[in-house]
Ligand binder design. Structure first.
Ligand code: PEP
Ligand code: MN
Length: 348
C-alpha cells in the first residue's frame, strides 16, 4: 500500500504514520517527492490496515501498489529519480555519458582513455578491475591494483569512476575506490550481493541479466532500494536470443517501457548489446532517441590489442564522433549532455 500524505503534511505527521505502518507489522519506506511525501507500506495487504491508516492525521489517501515491485514503481514516486555521483548525473533531463575500457589493463592505457573520453565530453569513466569472464583462463582483471589506477584517473580528470563488484565480500573494498558500483549482468540475481551494495550506499548501476525479464530486473533493483539505497540506475545491455548476428539482442523498447513503470533512470550499453564496434554509434543514437538517461560505452586506444571485448570497443576518434551524434539527438529529445571540453577550451 502507499500512504499518500497531504501537501504540506508536517514531519511529525509523517513520523507518526511511519510508526503506525510499523506497528501493523509492515515495512515502511518514506519517499520525499517534490509534490508530496508518500510512505510505502510493504507486507501483506489487509483491508483493516488500509482503513486504519486512512484515518491518520495528514493522510490524503491510502492506495494499493499494483506492481510486484514496490519502491521502484512509478505508483510510489511519479517523478523521475536523478542519480548523482561526482561528475556523473543521470536521469530526468540529464544524459550521463560513461565511457572507458572493458578492463583496466595498465595505468598508461586507463589514463590515456580517461583523458580522451573526458575531452570528448564523457561524464564518467568505466573500467573493470574485477572481471566476470566466461572462461577461468581469460584475463580476470588487475583487481585492487586496477582500482588504484581508476582512482588515479579520477584524481587527474575529475571523472567519476564506474566499476564492477563481483562478490558481496568485495563490496567494501571496491566501494573505497568507486563512485558507482556496477552489478554485472551475470550477477543481476545475486541477491546477497544486491543487499550488500544496497547497504554500502554508493550509487549502483544494475545491468539486466541476459535472460531476465523486465519484472525480474525491477525486482532485483527492489533489493538494493529496500536495503536503503535509493540511487539505482537500471542498465539495458541486451538479452540472449536465437539471433547470432549480434552478441546479444539490444531491446531498446525496454527504455520507454521501464520509464512508464519506474522512476529509476535507464542507461543503455550498446557495446555489450551489439558486440560490434561499427554498430555502437548508431545504436547509441537510437538509445538516446528512445529516451535513455545515459550510455555506457567501451573505448580503447587500440581495440585490436585489448585484453577483453576489443571487437566492440571504439577508438578515440569513433567515440568523439559518437558524442557529436548523440549530442544532436539529445538536443532533439530535450536532454542535456555535458559540453565538449575541447570545444570549451577552444581547441576544437
Ligand atoms: C562489462 O561491463 O564489461 C560487462 C562485463 O558487462 P555485462 O555484465 O553486461 O556482461
Ligand atoms: Mn566488456
Amino acid at each position: 500500500m502507499i500512504v499518500v500524505m497531504k501537501k504540506g503534511a508536517t514531519q511529525q505527521q509523517i513520523d507518526h504514520m511511519v510508526q503506525r505502518v510499523e506497528q501493523l507489522g509492515l515495512k515502511s519506506h518514506v519517499i520525499y517527492g517534490t509534490e508530496r511525501t508518500v510512505i510505502a507500506a510493504i507486507g501483506e495487504k489487509r483491508d483493516e490496515h488500509r482503513q486504519s491508516l486512512e484515518s491518520g492525521a495528514g493522510v490524503a489517501e491510502v492506495v494499493p501498489i499494483l506492481a510486484p515491485y514496490k519502491v521502484a514503481s512509478r505508483e510510489v514516486k511519479p517523478e523521475p529519480t536523478v542519480v548523482r555521483a561526482g561528475s556523473l548525473v543521470v536521469g530526468n533531463c540529464h544524459l550521463g555519458m560513461i565511457a572507458g575500457p572493458c578492463s583496466v589493463e595498465s595505468a598508461e592505457q586507463t589514463l590515456s582513455i580517461a583523458r580522451a573520453v573526458k575531452m570528448a565530453g564523457a561524464t564518467a569513466l568505466r573500467g573493470g578491475a574485477f572481471k566476470p569472464r566466461t572462461s577461468p583462463y581469460s584475463f580476470q582483471g588487475l583487481k585492487e591494483d586496477g582500482l588504484k589506477i581508476l582512482a588515479d584517473a579520477r584524481a587527474e580528470t575529475g571523472l567519476a569512476v564506474v566499476t564492477e563488484v563481483l562478490a558481496a565480500t568485495e563490496v567494501s573494498l571496491v566501494g573505497r575506490y568507486a563512485d558507482v558500483l556496477q552489478i554485472g549482468a551475470r550477477n543481476m540475481q545475486n541477491y546477497r550481493l544486491l543487499e550488500a551494495v544496497g547497504k554500502e550506499g554508493k550509487p549502483v548501476l544494475l545491468k539486466r541479466g541476459p535472460s531476465a525479464t523486465m519484472d525480474e530486473l525491477l525486482l532485483a533493483a527492489e533489493y538494493v532500494l529496500n536495503a536503503g539505497n535509493p540511487n539505482v540506475m537500471l542498465c539495458e545491455r541486451g538479452i540472449r536470443t536465437f539471433e547470432t548476428h549480434t552478441r546479444f539482442s539490444l531491446t531498446l523498447a525496454s527504455v520507454p517501457y521501464l520509464h512508464d513503470r519506474t522512476h529509476l533512470p535507464v542507461v543503455v550499453d550498446p557495446s555489450h548489446g551489439t558486440g560490434h564496434a561499427n554498430l555502437v554509434p548508431r545504436m547509441s543514437a537510437a538509445a538516446v532517441a528512445a529516451g535513455a538517461d545515459g550510455l555506457i560505452v567501451e573505448v580503447h586506444p587500440d581495440p585490436e590489442t585489448a585484453l577483453s571485448d576489443g571487437y566492440q570497443s571504439l577508438t578515440f576518434e569513433q567515440f568523439e564522433a559518437l558524442m557529436e551524434l548523440c549530442r544532436r539527438v539529445a538536443e532533439a529529445v530535450g536532454k542535456q549532455i555535458a559540453p565538449n571540453e575541447a570545444r570549451l577550451a577552444g581547441t576544437a
